[in-house]
Ligand binder design. Structure first.
Ligand SMILES: [Zn+2]
Length: 321
């Protein structure tokens, strides 16, 4: 029996499990709903029972598992393996998640943040394969960042590096929950797109076909804005372009810092496909310096929602393999 690592991706809605062999191939997978209402104890119980069920189903004993990697929302204390807090699961405060799951399974375990494992997943098995320096931006409610250089995640001196969604792109700009103003995620996340469209419609009384969508659904999301843009709506086009131009500012700043081979775009907004990458590449070229040709590529993530669980197992291979 060849060795495997287990990846566990803890999300607010689902817990995903995957087995990854030494060749970075997924050999088994499972998904369970996250029992958020059961609090930390119930969630940890599900993480242990799900991993056990997957091993049983694949006929693998704990002795054939090299390690477990957990990807979790944070903030986290990576060195201690502790979840400091988790917005989506009440009561998840100062929980030693790494040791509770590791002890429950009897397998050594590593904890890593969810944006980092998504980046590692894309690097090992997705769009970032065959790159050396890769950056991933996950465009969702916020913007998650992950940096992989020569196979290693860059965490910084204090474990809080690569928080790319909180780079400042607009001094004295919009207030961010992190305490700063003008962070990238306040302008270029999927939520930011929807929020800015609503602001123009509701506070400034601007005309848009999104007004009807808003009335019918009680809300709008980034996909609605993109759809309205395709239908010729000027407001939607303006909102979409503004977000992507800020995203390009972020990508140019990342490029100045790291000169990556590739910046990979994932998360809900990446479902827009070419509608995201085409204008982004255009703004990126416009903002790129002229002292050298543009070498960094921008592309979509290819693993979708599985990047995190694959990268979590990959983190275990990095740590224990
Ligand atoms: Zn911020």
């Amino acid at each position: 029996m060849s060795k495997v690592c287990i990846g566990i991706d803890l999300g607010g809605t689902f817990i995903k499990f995957a087995l990854l062999d030494e060749n970075m191939s997924v050999t088994g997978a499972l998904q369970l709903p996250t029992p958020a209402e059961a609090g930390p104890d119930g969630v940890i119980e599900s993480m242990i029972s799900g991993a056990t069920e997957l091993l049983d189903h694949e006929g693998i004993s704990a002795g054939d598992v090299t390690g477990v990697g957990i990807g979790s929302p944070g903030p986290l204390d990576l060195a201690a393996g502790v979840v400091i807090g988790m917005p989506n699961i009440p009561g998840f405060v100062n929980i030693p998640l790494r040791d509770r799951v590791g002890d429950g399974l009897g397998i050594r375990t590593v904890l890593e943040n969810d944006a980092n494992v998504a980046a590692l997943g894309e690097y090992l098995c997705g769009s970032g394969k065959d790159t050396d320096v890769m950056v991933m931006l996950t465009l969702g409610t916020g913007i998650g960042g992950g940096i992989v250089i020569a196979g290693d995640l860059i965490r910084g001196a204090h474990g809080i590096g690569a928080e790319l969604g909180h780079m400042i792109v607009e001094p004295d700009g919009e207030q961010c929950p992190c305490g700063l103003r003008g962070c990238l995620e306040r302008y270029a996340s999927a939520s930011a797109v929807a929020r800015y469209a609503r602001k123009l419609i509701e506070q400034e009384g601007r005309k848009s076909i999104l007004t009807e969508v808003l009335g019918r659904k009680g809300g709008i999301d980034a996909a609605d804005v993109n759809e309205a843009r395709h239908a010729g709506d000027d407001l939607a086009a303006k909102v979409w372009d503004r977000a992507i131009s800020y995203l390009a500012v972020g990508c140019v700043n990342i490029t100045r810092l790291l000169d990556p081979d590739l910046i990979v775009l994932g998360g809900g907004m990446a479902k827009a496909g070419d509608d995201l990458t085409e204008p982004l590449r255009r703004h990126f070229s416009r903002l790129h310096w002229t002292i050298d040709t543009q070498k960094t590529a921008l592309t979509l993530a290819s693993l979708g929602n599985d990047a995190g669980v694959i990268g979590a197992a990959g983190a275990a291979w990095k740590q224990f393999g």
